[in-house]
Design a protein around this ligand. Structure first.
Ligand SMILES: Cc1cc2nc3c(=O)[nH]c(=O)nc-3n(C[C@H](O)[C@H](O)[C@H](O)COP(=O)(O)OP(=O)(O)OC[C@H]3O[C@@H](n4cnc5c(N)ncnc54)[C@H](O)[C@@H]3O)c2cc1C
Length: 448
């Protein structure tokens, strides 16, 4: 049996990053990927080769912010493997129905100047708002870059600036009370406390809701930082699309002797008599050995509930299977994604169109209420298709190499239900409230 030090199940970008660090530390690594190409939800593909040849689409991820909070790109020297990040500026455009608009630049000062066209007060408040959340991002950032549960490693990630920001957030009883109150609040409570204008609050609420909760959700105020991240560290896209990040990681992995096998769906983790992972079996019957262990790039539910013998999981942790079975994995809200190939870029004629409106994300959020409904409808099983709040990008404005000359691609995302309710009037009362075996959500069944 072919044997490596470590096997990684799945070659998504996180599996590839993990493999890269292991290879640099001297381990031999094999990645097994179910699809015919690596990258998972971070690929760029010619999704419509017949209808739209030459148009490259980001299948899922497009705007990169969180990766710049950590050291991965620099530590792995991904630029040496062909990765080039293009930073967006402006970062957000949101046209408002009354003719106003929110145009956020990477610079906070330039953003304040745009807001001041319509409200001096909100422009001043935006400066203070952003400074507060920037300190919070700096204070919380080190948590992202430490192994979970390792307080010492987390502490080691604080440099003087970050420690200062943390102290400024928790330094006095008033600050700490403010911090706790803010964290327990809903995004809309926070936005109402700071701002007057709907043209500003609505896009900030929409960006906050990207964390998967409506603006009214208590305890989700942290979503307010989603705009702050676009100022610093900034929002960027790899030249050539998100798949260029994966391509650089693949080159690095291969340059260090790592092996990536595609079209290999892992079916089972092989265990020794002590319950230790010593290899894997694929669905076509191949077996590969792992001397040091098996690492999963796929979710814990599928790993522990489908790929490992139940008695072995129970021996390691008697509660684990029950915890995973009860884990809520969605609130019936999923992302619906639409890709379009365009012969020309969209224009915002009613807002004195400027091409730079299309460089960052375009947010359609007419009001905080519209954003709220964009979440409420999916949670009831309804598709918010009449007037949805949406998030869209035209990546070819920043990177024309992703489409034939003069053409563009359009990436549209909005919230949609995972379990779709039947049309009203066709729902059997007897059955409507029944829960399926696999979901915590009622399945609405038609009787005729
Ligand atoms: C529509 C959409 C838009 C998004 N937009 C953004 C964005 O703009 N910015 C951002 O930062 N994030 C965005 N995200 C989130 C981001 O795409 C994901 O968080 C990220 O790609 C997850 O990477 P991963 O490596 O952890 O997992 P995955 O990419 O899911 O990788 C897991 C890999 O395992 C493989 N696999 C699964 N089962 C098996 C098996 N049995 N055997 C072998 N291989 C297997 C899969 O094929 C996959 O390649 C978006 C997500 C979606 C869905």
């Amino acid at each position: 049996m072919e044997t490596y030090d470590v096997i990684v199940i799945g070659a998504g970008h996180n599996g590839l990053v993990c493999a890269a660090y292991l290879l640099k530390a001297g381990y031999s690594v094999l990645l097994l990927e179910k699809r015919s190409l690596p990258g998972g939800a971070a690929t760029t593909e010619e999704l419509m080769p017949e209808a739209a040849p030459g148009f490259q689409f980001n299948r899922c991820a497009i705007d990169h912010e969180f990766i710049h909070l950590g050291p991965v790109v620099e530590e792995l020297e991904l630029n040496k493997y062909g990765l080039e990040y293009l930073f967006c500026d402006p970062v957000v455009f949101c046209p408002h129905p009354d003719g106003k608009y929110f145009l956020a630049h990477r610079s906070v000062e330039k953003t304040c100047a745009e807001i001041a066209r319509f409200s001096d007060r909100d422009a001043q408040k935006y400066r203070e708002f952003n400074a507060y959340w920037q300190r919070l991002v700096n204070a919380l950032g080190p948590l992202f870059n430490a192994p979970p549960q390792s307080l010492l490693d987390i502490a080691g990630n604080y440099n003087l600036q970050k420690a200062g920001d943390l102290l400024s957030v928790i330094s006095s009883s008033r600050n700490i009370l403010d911090f706790v109150r803010t964290m327990l609040s809903a995004p809309i409570d926070v936005l109402d406390e700071w701002f007057d204008e709907e043209f500003l609050k609505a896009p900030l609420a929409r960006l906050a809701s990207e964390l998967g909760a409506p603006p009214s959700q208590k305890g989700m105020a942290v979503g307010a930082m989603m705009m702050t991240l676009r100022h610093a560290p900034g929002m960027a896209r790899p030249r050539g699309g998100t798949g260029a990040l994966v391509a650089a990681l693949v080159k690095l992995v291969q340059a260090h002797g790592g092996k990536i096998l595609c079209d290999r769906s892992v079916k089972q983790v092989l265990l020794n008599d002590y319950g230790e992972a010593v290899g894997i079996k694929t669905s076509n019957g191949e077996e590969y050995g792992a001397k040091c262990g098996v690492i999963s790039n796929i979710d814990a539910r599928r790993l522990f509930l489908q790929m490992i013998e139940p008695s072995a999981v129970d021996r390691a942790d008697a509660q684990l299977r029950d915890r995973l079975n009860r884990k809520i994995v969605n609130n019936n809200e999923s992302l619906l994604k639409i890709d379009c190939a365009l012969s020309e870029a969209p224009r915002f004629e009613a807002w004195n169109h400027r091409d730079d409106y299309l460089i960052g994300s375009v947010i359609i959020a007419d009001s905080v209420r519209q954003v709220e409904i964009a979440h409420a409808e999916p949670s009831m099983g309804n598709i918010p298709d009449s007037d949805p709040s949406i998030y869209l990008d035209v990546p070819t404005v920043l990177d024309p190499s992703m489409a034939p000359k003069g053409c563009h691609t359009l990436w549209i995302e909005f919230f949609a239900p995972y379990q779709i309710a039947a049309p009203r009037g066709r729902v059997s009362r007897a059955r409507a409230g029944r829960k399926s075996a696999n979901t915590k959500w009622p399945i609405a069944l038609s009787t005729n």
